[in-house]
Write a protein that binds this ligand. Structure first.
Ligand code: ATP
Ligand code: MG
Length: 354
C-alpha cells in the first residue's frame, strides 16, 4: 500500500553506501504527500516542529519534503513549509553538505543536484547553499564529519562561513546537549583530532570547548570515554568542561581518575605503599575492579606501559577478608578503621617486597 508514496533514501545512508561504509540508520524523504496521507497509511508522527514519521513496520524515519526559512536566532527558529508542492531538489537544498544531499529512488537512481558525488570523490565537505550559515549546529556537524570520514577536508568557502558564524557568536545559542552529541560522535570516530583541528581553524572552540585548545593532538584506539580521557586535561578543565556540556558522569569519572591516579597506577611498584593503598581504596577496588580496569586500560593506551600486574595485585587485594582477621575482633568505629588500615598496609608492603 506504500507504492503510492514517492520516497527517496537521503542523507547519511546514501553517503555511506556510496563510500562503502556501514549504514546504521536510513532516512527517507517523501515527495508530494501530506500529513493526512501518511497517517492514513499507518505512519506514526514523531516530529513536533516538522512532519517526520516512523514507518509502521521498519520504524525508519520518513520526512515530508520541506523547505526551511530562518527566522530568529540559533539552531531553532525556522519557518518550515512541507506543502506537497515542495520538490526533492528544494528539500535537498536545505541540507548542510553536498555529500549529505544526495537522494536515491527506490529503483536505485541517484538524484544529486548539488554535486555530492563529485565531492565524495574529491573527499570534500562543502556546504550546499549560503543558507548553511543559518544553523550553528552545522559548525559542529562539519567538524564531526571531518573526524568520521577519513581523508576528507573542509572546503575553504565552507570554513569561511563557519568562521563568520563563530565570530558572530552564533554558537552560543546551541544547547549543551546538541554540542555534546557531536563531540561524543567525534570522540568515537577514527580521527577525533580532526574535529578539534577544524573547530580551531574556524574559531569554533569558543564558547563550548575552550578546554580543547591545548590538548595533545594524538589519540589511540578506544571508546569515546577512553578518547575523552586521552585528552589528558587537568582536573579543573575536566570539571569545567563536563559541567558546561552536562556530559554523562562516566566521562568525568574516567578523566578524573586518570588525572588523579594514573601516575600511581603507572609507578605502583615504586610509590609509597600508603599512597598506593589510598589509590586502591579511592578506586574502590575492594568493592569492584571496573574503575581500576578502565583506568589501567587507558593508562596503557596513553603511556604504553604494561598494567597487567597491577590488576593482579588489585584482584588479590579485593579478595582479602581482613575484617574477619582474629585481631579485628571486638573493634568498632575509629579503632576498627585504624586496625583495618594497618592490616591492609602490612599486606601491601609484603606483596610489594615479593
Ligand atoms: P549520521 O551518520 O550521523 O547519521 P547523517 O548525515 O545521516 O549522519 P543525520 O543527523 O542522521 O545525519 O541527518 C540526516 C540528514 O539530514 C543529513 O545527512 C543531512 O542531509 C540532514 N541534516 C541533519 N541535520 C542537519 C542540519 N543541522 N542542517 C542541515 N541538514 C541536516
Ligand atoms: Mg543519519
Amino acid at each position: 500500500m506504500f507504492e503510492t508514496l514517492n520516497c527517496y533514501l537521503v542523507g547519511g545512508a546514501v553517503r555511506d553506501e556510496l563510500l562503502g561504509r556501514p549504514v546504521h540508520d536510513r532516512d527517507w524523504v517523501v515527495v508530494g504527500s501530506t500529513v493526512e496521507e501518511m497517517l492514513r497509511l499507518g505512519f506514526v508522527q514523531v516530529g513536533k516542529d516538522f512532519p517526520v514519521f516512523l514507518h509502521p513496520i521498519t520504524h525508519e524515519e520518513y520526512a515530508l519534503a520541506r523547505t526551511e526559512r530562518k527566522q530568529g536566532v540559533g539552531h531553532t527558529g525556522f519557518v518550515v513549509d512541507a506543502h506537497p508542492s515542495v520538490t526533492l531538489r528544494q528539500d535537498l537544498k536545505r541540507r548542510d553538505l553536498t555529500v549529505n544531499a544526495i537522494a536515491k529512488s527506490v529503483d536505485g537512481i541517484l538524484f544529486d543536484p548539488y554535486g555530492g558525488q563529485q565531492d565524495l570523490q574529491a573527499k570534500c565537505l562543502r556546504h550546499v547553499s549560503a543558507a548553511f550559515g543559518e544553523d550553528p549546529l552545522r559548525v559542529f556537524r562539519v567538524a564531526r564529519f571531518a573526524a568520521q570520514l577519513v581523508g576528507f577536508r573542509v572546503a575553504q568557502s565552507t570554513l569561511n562561513i563557519m568562521s563568520a558564524m563563530t565570530e558572530a557568536g552564533e554558537l552560543e545559542s546551541l544547547s549543551a546537549q546538541r554540542v555534546w552529541v557531536e563531540f561524543e560522535k567525534a570522540l568515537a570516530a577514527p580521527n577525533p583530532q580532526e574535529f578539534i583541528a577544524i573547530l580551531k581553524r574556524c574559531g569554533g572552540l569558543e564558547p563550548w570547548l575552550v578546554e580543547l585548545n591545548d590538548v595533545p593532538a594524538k589519540f589511540s584506539s578506544g571508546s569515546s570515554v577512553d578518547r575523552f580521557v586521552q585528552l589528558q586535561m587537568p582536573l579543573q578543565n575536566i570539571e569545567t568542561l563536563c559541567n558546561r556540556l552536562k556530559c554523562p558522569g562516566r566521562f568525568q569519572q574516567a578523566a578524573t581518575d586518570y588525572s588523579a591516579y594514573a601516575e600511581t597506577v603507572t609507578r605502583w611498584r615504586e610509590v609509597d605503599p600508603q599512597q598506593l593503598l589510598d589509590t586502591l581504596l579511592a578506586l574502590r577496588v575492594n568493592h569492584a575492579s571496573a574503575r581500576l580496569e578502565a583506568l589501567a586500560r587507558v593508562v596503557s593506551s596513553i603511556r604504553d606501559v604494561d598494567v597487567a600486574e597491577v590488576l593482579i595485585l588489585a584482584k588479590e587485594f579485593g579478595g582479602l577478608a581482613l575484617a574477619s582477621e582474629p585481631g579485628m575482633k571486638g573493634l568498632q568505629g575509629k579503632a576498627f578503621g585504624q586496625a583495618l588500615r594497618a592490616l591492609q598496609l602490612q599486606w601491601l608492603t609484603t606483596y610489594l617486597s615479593r
